[in-house]
Write a protein that binds this ligand. Structure first.
Ligand SMILES: Cc1cc2nc3c(=O)[nH]c(=O)nc-3n(C[C@H](O)[C@H](O)[C@H](O)COP(=O)(O)O)c2cc1C
Length: 181
């Protein structure tokens, strides 16, 4: 079984959250799956979306022991990309129940960035309740404050690793220590 996967959902694949995610990935040998690289459609009660990339992606993620969810805070909530992904987990408790059962017992955590010094509690609670419902083992959230880039030039991240190194290292250690030889 492979060790750690990070599912990244952000509007900027080279932005603050991606930067933080890539640092954790490099510390922990994790593989990053950027939702922007997949065609994930919104939840559909009729399951007419069943041939998009969601089931293929979830099957790949299930080959990992640890699945970390990474999202910026957008309007106190997970990003739209992440919310699409979470909504589609509903497929795993309706039509693809065998896959859904495999989430149970997986280790999980959250990586996030936002403009505020600390996020409002509602952001993390979305994940906590979801993980609890799915029977996943939640290890906590790594959150780092990053400026909101108003320029719109999309030239990349404002993430300051020096400021958050200890926090990032402590979070990474949770997943490093879970790696077996
Ligand atoms: C649409 C939008 C909504 C945002 N809402 C919040 C918010 O509610 N709270 C907050 O702390 N930061 C908020 N921010 C700031 C971002 O969370 C912050 O700049 C983050 O690091 C951006 O990450 P990214 O580069 O992955 O998009 C918002 C930014 C955007 C673009």
């Amino acid at each position: 079984m492979k060790k750690t996967a990070i599912i990244l959902g952000t509007s900027r694949s080279n932005g603050n959250t991606a930067d933080l995610t890539n640092i954790v990935a490099s510390n922990t040998n994790a593989v990053v799956f950027d939702i922007n690289n997949y065609n994930i459609l919104p939840f559909d009660y009729d399951h007419n979306n069943k041939h998009d990339d969601f089931i293929t992606l979830i099957k790949e993620l299930l080959t990992f022991d640890n699945i970390i969810f990474s999202s910026p805070v957008y309007w106190f909530s997970p990003s739209t990309q992440m919310k699409l992904f979470i909504d589609r987990i509903t497929d795993l408790i309706t039509v693809e129940k065998d896959l859904g059962r495999q989430l149970k017992g997986k280790t999980t955590a959250v990586i996030s960035t936002g403009e505020y010094d600390e996020p409002k509690s509602c952001f993390e609670e979305v994940f906590q309740h979801t993980f609890e419902y799915l029977g996943m083992d939640y290890k906590g959230m790594l959150y780092c404050a990053c400026a909101f880039d108003e320029s719109g030039d999309n030239t990349g991240s404002d993430f300051d690793l020096n400021k958050y190194k200890e926090r990032v290292d402590n979070f990474s250690d949770i997943f490093k220590s879970k790696q077996k030889a």
